[in-house]
Design a binder for this molecule. Structure first.
Ligand code: CA
Length: 235
């Protein structure tokens, strides 16, 4: 018997709650719920779920503050499910520490895929070494120890900045990284946070990496928000 992953659903709309819970149970997850932030936070602390699905519009507290409060003590993966579609709000949730973001209405298969990715990444982060010195997806391999990147079996050279951008996205593969997070990581906290230099570097990275930079298969643009790198197959 395999151990079931437990998912905490914090959502005040009963219909959505029932729908998601039923879907999760048929996929063999254990589910517990809370219909407001206070109960959600207390269940997160007492139940130690493996992942949290969080609605942003809750009766007693804004979901963004729930994320901040959870992140004070926990690295548990958080996927936001929300009717808020504005880029600004997605960025705010991701910057507050959410792992991913799905806009309502969403398809079940997309939700399941995001959950699997988040769970897999969190188990990789908790594993001591395995899968952490190498990234592999399709025909791309990054060897972090040797600083060597190969595409279709040939070594490809990247500038130091390009390497930093690429490896940061690879280490966070599957997850949306906002422009600001990436800029801060590469150029430091006092960097001018305009995206132009980042975009120039990304264009160069894609030229070296992708067969068709206009139709990328490794690094995807989440318009107005940031980038998402294809999930590591090496984990
Ligand atoms: Ca709601």
């Amino acid at each position: 018997m395999t151990l079931k992953h437990e998912i905490l659903l914090i959502e005040d709309e009963k219909n959505i709650c029932n729908f998601i819970a039923t879907t999760l149970r048929t996929q063999d997850y254990k589910v517990c719920f809370a219909s407001d932030a206070a109960n959600g936070l207390s269940l997160a602390a007492s139940g130690c779920p493996d992942l949290i699905l969080l609605d942003l519009g809750l009766p007693d507290m804004d979901g963004i503050d729930v994320i901040r409060s959870l992140r004070e003590w926990s690295n548990i993966p958080i996927i936001v499910i929300s009717a808020r579609t504005q880029e600004k709000e997605k960025v705010e949730a991701l910057d507050a520490g959410a792992d991913d973001y799905i806009t309502k209405p969403f398809g079940t298969s997309e939700l399941m895929a995001r959950i699997r990715t988040a769970l897999r990444r969190s188990s990789m982060n908790n594993a001591p070494v395995a899968g952490q010195n190498r990234y592999a997806a399709k025909n791309l391999i990054i060897d972090y120890e040797k600083h060597v990147i190969t595409v279709d079996g040939s070594i490809v050279h990247f500038t130091q900045i390009e390497y930093k951008i690429l490896t940061f996205l690879a280490r966070n593969s599957g997850k949306v990284i906002t422009y600001d997070t990436l800029i801060t990581h590469v150029w430091g906290p006092y960097a001018d946070s305009n995206n132009r230099i980042l975009r120039v570097n990304m264009a160069n990275i894609r030229r070296k990496l992708e067969h068709n930079p206009a139709d990328p298969q490794y690094i995807f643009t989440e318009i107005g928000i940031g980038y998402r790198m294809i999930d590591n197959e090496n984990g």
